[in-house]
Write a new protein. Structure first.
Length: 179
DNA sequence: CCCTGATTCGC
DNA sequence: GCGAATCAGG
């Protein structure tokens, strides 16, 4: 389905309301991807919605070396790659600029000591700096200045320097506090 | 990992 | 004009 006047209007409305591209895509439904939405948004030249501060220069990657696009016909076997359907993302969750605008101040101390929220690593599994290798989790535990300092040492993921547990620690919930 | 928008360019 | 692939960032 193409971009009918109706759909374009809905797009504009939702975009201006601060919904993310993927959320708008879900709203429009019928095979509309977030990329399609973003692409359209750009063509309509209505990128900048609420711009509180800064005019991010945004460094352009400067012309890519014309990477080999997708192979047209080719329907041979072999699964492409990460073929994850990811269909159900019907989620009312609000985020982004909208979330920021809606949540003025929520400082305070609602963050209680996470002290004991750490994995227990048996002494014989703990590693010092020299015992680390490409397959050991390099998440540091304890005070580096103390002698009770050690590294997680569990088998690390192929995708990173940490084990599954610490990988999520490192990337995921590293929320809040921007500067 | 999850996600966000920005950009390019074959179609 | 369209949007997948890619990139940069949180």
């Amino acid at each position: 389905m193409g971009w009918t006047d109706e759909r374009v209007e809905l797009l504009k409305k939702l975009w201006m309301e601060g919904l993310s591209a993927s959320q708008i895509a879900a709203e429009l439904g019928e095979g509309v991807t977030r990329n399609a939405v973003i692409g359209k948004v750009h063509r309509l030249k209505l990128s900048a919605r609420a711009k509180p501060t800064n005019t991010a220069p945004r460094a352009r990657p400067a012309a890519r070396p014309a990477a080999p696009r997708r192979v047209t016909g080719q329907t041979s076997g072999a699964t492409p790659m990460s073929a994850k359907p990811r269909v159900s993302m019907a989620r009312p969750q609000v985020m982004g600029a909208t979330a920021l605008a809606a949540a003025p101040e929520m400082e305070a101390e609602l963050y209680v000591a996470p002290a004991a929220a750490e994995l227990f690593i048996p002494e014989d599994k703990r590693l010092n700096l020299l015992q680390l290798n490409e397959h050991t989790c390099k998440w540091p535990i304890g005070d580096p200045l103390n002698k009770d300092f050690y590294f997680c040492g569990q088998h690390s993921l192929e995708s990173g320097p940490y084990c599954e547990f610490h990988s999520r620690r490192a990337y995921h919930q590293m929320d809040k506090r921007r500067r």
